[in-house]
Design a protein. Sequence first.
Length: 565
Amino acid sequence: MPISTLRTAALSFVLSCIGFGPGLAAQDVTIDALYADLPFEMPRVEEPTFPDREVLITEFGAVGDGTTLNTQAIDDAIATVAQAGGGTVRIPRGMWLTGPISLRSNIRLHTDEGALVIFSEDKDLYPLVATSFEGLETYRNTSPINGRDLENIALTGRGVFDGSGDAWRPVKKDKMPPPQWKKLVESGGALRDDGKIWYPSEEYKRADSNVNFNVPNLTTREEFERVKDYLRPVMVSLISCQNVLLDGPTFQNSPAWNIHPLLCENVIIRNLQVRNPWYSQNGDGLDLESCQNVLIYQNTFDVGDDAICFKSGKDEDGRKRAVPTENVIVSHNTVYHGHGGFVVGSEMSGGVRNVKVAHCTFIGTDVGLRFKSTRGRGGVVENIWISDIDMVRIPTEAIRFNLFYGGNSPILEETQSAETEARDETLMPVTEETPSFRNIHMRDIRVTQSETAAQFQGLPEMNLQNVTLEDASFDTRRGITVIDGDGMTFRNIHLHQAEGPAFTFYNSKNAEVEEVQFAQEAEDWIRVLGPLSQDIRLKTKGDPSREKVNFGQGAGADALRWESK
């Protein structure tokens, strides 16, 4: 086992012992506690209730031997209970091979501890359906667990749902050690001509060579049918559903995203273990899209892409839908591997607002708090309140805002280039296609053993507006950078960076830095750059060390004002 894995496991054990990680479930966070001191008005989310009626899938001929296909038996059980007025369909201990499971209103699908639901690798069992993926209207294969236009549904229990994602996903060579890569190649499938990507089939390879994007720019169903193998489904797809409860199971090894509620209302997601291999492309944990009134708490994520991600549609499709993700509480979650711990974007064209994130722990996550968008998206992200976050061993930025996001992983892969997300200083006109991030407040943030404290990057034509960071401590290699920010406030921060300045401001204005403990050995405390930088206020006790401030790239000395308290 690699040393890094051993360290992560050891730290996980320690954190669980003191109240973090999977051990959080034992704390029984109440819904009342989640609503305490909520900084915005939000309706109370109530759990769905079900009639006192229960059937076992074995009553309908299901066999838990891992080889018998139980699709029909499970569907018959769900249909029978639904027709009787609703209740519980129970999956007992065993290995249950099945095709897609389609939920119905007033159904709770409950898995006993020891129940393993394995979704078949036979892709003919998953017909194409019209849906949305990555914020765009498109066709995908039917999701292993799916429901549309339903009320009062639940997935509960301590069982495991396995999406057999390895049969669907491509794998990049640079994400596997050589022995594992060799074994994968020898298992079948096809290699890209340059040998750097393994595909699960020749059809997938042909599709990737011709359409080369997760959502192909095709028109007719017939065109999509010709690239069907390429259209990986999300594992759990819930569309336009009300009163939803996900409580207890493990969801793992999904073909693409793990859990995708879309246009849902009154949703509770708690006590889940959500896992994907770290090399799984698009292997997100939870993608909450255009949903209202949601509670997400006491979950653990260890995934291949973003962990807890909020979306609301992409570009014109998202603006046309015009349904934001709003009124959401995220609390007491733990994230291990993932591109981001808590993430907004990049498909946020319908907006995200009224969100509280608190009491979360990110351990070795690529980025902790991640906000991303780009020109052309449009949409407004506002009224986000984040508090009491612990982060350790973050290999990039603990906090990252990137309004020039081009699709790269936080840690660049062999096929990616930093130029994809290079900042463009061209001042573009502000239109409905201009994304806006504003009124975002962070406090009680603790970061250690990590690379960079924070990078805030807005757009020249639409700066990040009214972002606050207070009561925070950072023990990192690099400090805080602000690019194209307006109204940024930093208060009561202990910042100990190993190299470079504590703060760098570039073309930013109306910033306030107050009660910051700077590393005395640092060569620069504040670096002010860019001709548009102005009205940056540094409030300190006593006489400030003016030699610790530098100006460059067109910034004048009057861009920063010293105020002794």
